[in-house]
Design a protein around this ligand. Structure first.
Ligand SMILES: Cc1cc2nc3c(=O)[nH]c(=O)nc-3n(C[C@H](O)[C@H](O)[C@H](O)COP(=O)(O)O)c2cc1C
Length: 353
């Protein structure tokens, strides 16, 4: 098993859970600067889309060197597409490849991808094997052309930086759920272990549950018991509110670490163990900085995906809802700056409402 950076991580491992539409490069930059999780994953991107030449899918693969170790997450249902896209991830210098086997969204699962793979373990295992073969072949000198990737994708990948100078195989991990309709975490983990992924991250819900109810950490613990008999590490995920909360769960449920997702909304500090009391000024400064980073990294994009982050930062102080209304119309970082400077100039007590 190629362990790569996973072998060097201090335990318990604290990770930023991948979240489509949220954990883009600007957000991950903020999480790194203010929290520095041990491992970071990109938003997922479709391997089939990339193999059809959809260049937009490469946007998920933008990253900053400060994020390392940074893992690219991919989803799909065709093992051959995973083989090909492993060349792209390797070429772009990521530290690892993570395969999504947990997404419950209809447009993903209805095509046999994401959490639907829990129902087709043979395909899931072939996907892991082909992804590994892709990064191995790349490390042994095969090229993106040899892999049969579309010309436009090859050109765009070549124009993207950064790259890693040395050619080496990347570790392959999996992120999944405890089942499709019901909890089958142990049986499912045994299937995955046959292919020796370096790490399995388990969100303690079934596909059917989507994001409802609470995560079943007993199910995670049962799978962890099996996984811990092997060289694979296991991260628990679901409803972790803070590092302290995560550390308690590590002790109680026997995992090697945990991932935090939604608790990081507007809260890049959540990964920081020495989480000091935040002032309103801290949050407003971060909101401005995040906006500028968003413009710098994703400048060809619309600004509206940034607005939800602004709403998350600007909560819990007197007048916050009025400010959020204004922010929901902001078109660029300069406008955000102007709106937020208005409050900085006033003397609101932090966390007053
Ligand atoms: C908006 C959103 C987008 C998500 N996108 C992804 C994704 O791209 N890949 C993935 O593996 N999980 C994705 N997830 C699931 C999270 O990684 C995580 O498993 C889930 O939110 C539970 O963790 P939490 O309770 O800490 O948020 C997403 C979750 C949310 C809320």
């Amino acid at each position: 098993m190629e362990k790569g950076f996973w072998a060097q991580l201090e335990k318990p491992i604290i990770g930023l859970a991948p979240m489509d539409g949220v954990t883009d490069a600007p957000f991950r930059f903020m999480a790194t600067k203010y929290g520095k999780p041990h491992v970071i994953m990109t938003e997922f991107t479709s391997v089939e889309g990339l193999c059809y030449g959809n260049e937009k899918g490469l946007k998920a693969f933008l990253y900053d060197q400060v994020e390392r170790p940074v893992v690219a997450q991919i989803f799909g249902s065709n093992p051959e597409s995973f083989y090909k896209v492993a060349f792209i991830v390797s070429e772009l210098g990521f530290d690892g490849i993570d395969i999504n086997m947990g997404c419950p969204a209809k447009n993903v699962a209805s095509k046999g991808s994401g959490a639907a793979l829990i129902q087709t373990p043979e395909i899931a295992k072939e996907i892991i094997r082909q992804t590994r073969k892709g990064t191995q072949d790349w490390a042994n000198g095969k090229t993106m052309e040899d892999a049969g990737l579309p010309e436009n994708i090859i050109q765009t990948v070549q124009s993207m930086q950064p790259k890693r100078p040395e050619k080496r195989e990347l570790p392959v991990s999996v992120k999944t759920r405890i089942g499709f309709n019901s909890n089958v975490a142990v049986e499912w983990a045994k299937h995955l272990l046959e292919t020796e992924p370096v790490n399995i991250s388990i969100h303690g819900r079934t596909l059917k549950q989507m994001y409802t109810g609470s995560a079943d950490w007993d199910a995670i613990a049962a799978a962890a018991e099996v996984i811990k008999k092997t060289d694979t590490t296991v991260l628990g995920n679901g409803d972790v509110e803070s590092v302290q909360d995560g550390l308690e769960r590590v002790k109680k449920y026997g995992v090697d670490g945990f991932m935090i997702g939604r608790a990081a909304f507007g809260n890049p500090w959540v990964f920081n163990r020495e989480h000091a009391e935040l002032t309103l000024e801290d949050r407003l400064t971060a909101a401005k900085e995040h906006s500028h980073k968003y413009e710098e990294v994703l400048r060809e994009d619309y600004f509206y995906p940034m607005r939800k982050h602004l709403a998350w930062y600007c909560k819990g102080f007197y007048g916050a809802s009025e400010i959020r209304k204004k922010l929901m119309k902001a078109e660029n970082a300069k406008e955000v700056e102007q709106i937020l400077n208005e409050i900085s100039a006033m003397d609101f007590p932090a966390d007053s409402s």
